[in-house]
Structure formats: C-alpha cells, structure tokens
Design a protein around this ligand. Structure first.
Ligand code: IPM
Ligand code: MG
Length: 358
C-alpha cells in the first residue's frame, strides 16, 4: 500500500522544518509518495492565491498533509481573502477537518523552560480537542453594515455570527470522549453558557453525548475560568473539548505552559481520518533561512500523521522515542537551549533524530 502525503511547507521556517520531518518519514521503510506544493504567502507570490487549486487538489487526493506554517508580515496589507492564513482555513473547510488535537506536553528534559513554577507544570500532559470548521470562524452572515437599531443606529458596524449545529457538536464531542477513554478518562467541556446561546446549546448536546461514554467523567467550565485554571493548576485537566474560537485561545495558552512551543505538534482530522499535521508554532519569519528553527514539533506532527492517518502506531512510537532520545542526549535548538546542553541547528537536530531511529 502506497500512502500519499502532500507536503505543504508554506512560509518562513516552513520549508526548513518540513524538510527534516520528511527525512524522518522517509527513513522508516514505509511506501510513501511525498509530493510538495506551495501554500500561503509563497503560493500567493507564485500563483496569486494562498491556496491555489493545484495545491488544494493535491491535498484532497492525499492520505495526509504535512504542513509547515504560513504567514509573513509582508502580506499584512493584502485583502483578507488573499492572506496566507486563508490557506489553512480553506484546507480545514474544504477537507472537513473538524477535529483538531493539540497536546500540551511538558517533556521532563525541558522542565525549566516553562515560565511557571516547575511543581505546577512538571509532568504536564493535557490534550485540547478543538472544533475546527464551525463557530464564529465560519458563521454567516459576517461583514460590515449600517446598524439598523440600538444606540448606534445609522453607524457602520462590523459583525460575525456564532453558531453550532447539533451534528457539529455531537461529532466533536464523540471524538473528545473517545480520546479521553484512551487517557485518564476525564473530559472538561469549555464554553460560555452563562452568556451565549450557542454555548448553552453546545453544553446540552455534550451532556446528551456523555450517556454513550459512562466510563468518562464529564465536567464543564466557562472559558474565562478555564483560562485561569490553566495557569493555576493545569495538571487538573486531562482532555478539554471546546469550540473553534475558545480553542484557538486556550490552545496557545496551554502551549505556553510548556515553555517550548517549538516542541508541540497538532493534528486536524476529518471523518475518514484524512488529516493535516502541523506544528503548533507559526512561520517565525525573523529566523527563516538561518537553519536555527526547532524541527521537533514538525517531526512529532509526522508521528501523529503516522498514528492517525496511516494507522502506523508502532512507527509513530518509534519517531516519538527517537525525539525523546535526542532530548535525553542534551541536544537543543536555540529556542530550548539552556546552559549545559548542546546547541544544534535545524538540520543537525534532524540528523540526530535520524540517527536515533536506527
Ligand atoms: C491556529 C491559528 C489559526 C487559527 C490562524 C492562522 C487562522 O491561530 O491554527 O490556531 O486561528 O485557527
Ligand atoms: Mg491560534
């Protein structure tokens, strides 16, 4: 069986980090067909659009997508629909990638990297399951208009629409309950049900889905409180499930708890386990081309790709063990460097992971 993998490096450090992940994937002895295509600002420069039809078609016909990162300040003045971010939003929507897994794991070797006290974060291992194709991100109508009533009647106003359909909530809730079943069996659903109708509806549906998973303990938390609890006692969470907007914010907060966003992978899956895999960090244009970015988040994203889209669990574990081994050896890229460890470049980190795979 040949697995088809679309490699979309994107902008900034994207090509440097995906290159290392590709080397790792290529070394596993699997039958992989990896095809590269431009996306984001790079694609805009070449084809006038951040997600050209040829790139979208390649993604759609692949088992999985290995994605680098998109974005650069130089595109900030473009119309919204041409900005690099539209590529990732377009891929999520076109492929129906509704389930986003964002683990926040603190590697014991990197315990000092967090800005929080070690006792608060050591051993941290939480999973945020973020709904990715609905909510205010995609709700219609949106735009700007003249207010028709209220105290600002006659003025221009910007507006967006938040909504969730029952199927959307049910399917992400099921994914989250199933993920919790494989972990500590605790699921916290985060919403703003004290204010938002959409959130009350979300909560009601999550409660009804819970009946299918009696072995999982379900709790609920308002998003503002969740933001607070994440820095107060993050280890009290196991799996968090939340909507698109709240998940965007909380997953950045959770990533920062670990102090090493350069280490965190993510997976975005659709109903047939086709998935897009990308590091949780951005395109870091300031260090692009300097061979200093941390490729480990992308390599760990490739491990998630093996696990979820190719069903190659053993190979996924093999890659994760190799990453642990290089950390154990004291190798660090600049972002996670500390006194006493060995500073390595992007490609040297890739070399080390390859060596650890042997
Ligand atoms: C993320 C990013 C995206 C989002 C942006 C780039 C559109 O912040 O993946 O979290 O908001 O979803
Ligand atoms: Mg975000």
């Amino acid at each position: 069986m040949t697995y088809k993998i679309a490699v979309l490096p994107g902008d900034g450090i994207g090509s440097e980090i995906t290159e290392q992940a590709q080397r790792v994937l290529g070394a596993l002895g699997l039958d992989l067909e990896m095809t590269t295509a431009p996306v984001g600002g790079t694609a805009y420069d070449l084809h006038g659009h951040p997600l050209p039809p040829s790139t979208l078609e390649l993604a759609q016909s692949s088992n999985a997508i290995l994605f680098g990162a998109v974005g650069d300040w130089k595109y900030d003045s473009l119309a919204r629909e041409l900005r690099p971010e539209q590529a990732i939003l377009g891929l999520r929507k076109a492929l129906g990638l509704f389930a986003n897994f964002r683990p926040a794991i603190l590697y014991p070797q990197l315990a000092n990297a967090s800005s929080l006290k070690p006792e608060i974060v050591s051993g941290l291992d939480i999973l945020i399951v973020r709904e990715l194709t609905g909510d205010i991100y995609f709700g219609q109508p949106r735009g700007s208009r003249i207010a028709e009533d209220g105290p600002f009647k006659g003025e221009r106003q910007g507006f967006d629409t938040m909504h969730y359909a029952e199927t959307e909530v049910r399917r992400i809730a099921r994914v989250a309950f199933q993920a919790a079943q494989k972990r500590q069996k605790r699921l916290c659903s985060v919403d703003k049900a004290n204010v938002l109708e959409t959130s009350q509806f979300w909560r009601d549906i999550v409660i009804s889905v819970a009946a299918e998973y009696p072995d999982v303990e379900l709790s609920h938390m308002y998003v503002d409180n969740a933001a607070m609890q994440l820095v107060r006692a993050p280890k009290e969470f196991d799996v968090i499930v939340t909507g698109n907007l709240f998940g965007d914010i909380l997953s950045d907060e959770a990533a920062m708890l670990t102090g090493s966003i350069g280490m965190l992978p993510s997976a975005s899956l659709n109903a047939s386990n086709q998935g897009l895999y990308e590091p949780s960090h951005g395109s870091a244009p300031d260090i692009a081309g300097k061979n200093m970015a941390n490729p480990l988040a992308t390599i760990l994203s490739a491990a998630m790709l093996l696990r979820y889209s190719l069903n190659e669990e053993a190979q996924a574990c093999r890659v994760e063990a190799a990453v642990q081994a290089v950390l154990e050896k004291g190798l660090r890229t600049a972002d996670i460097f500390e006194e006493g460890s060995t500073k390595v470049s992007t490609s040297e980190m890739g070399d080390a992971v390859l060596k650890a795979l042997e």
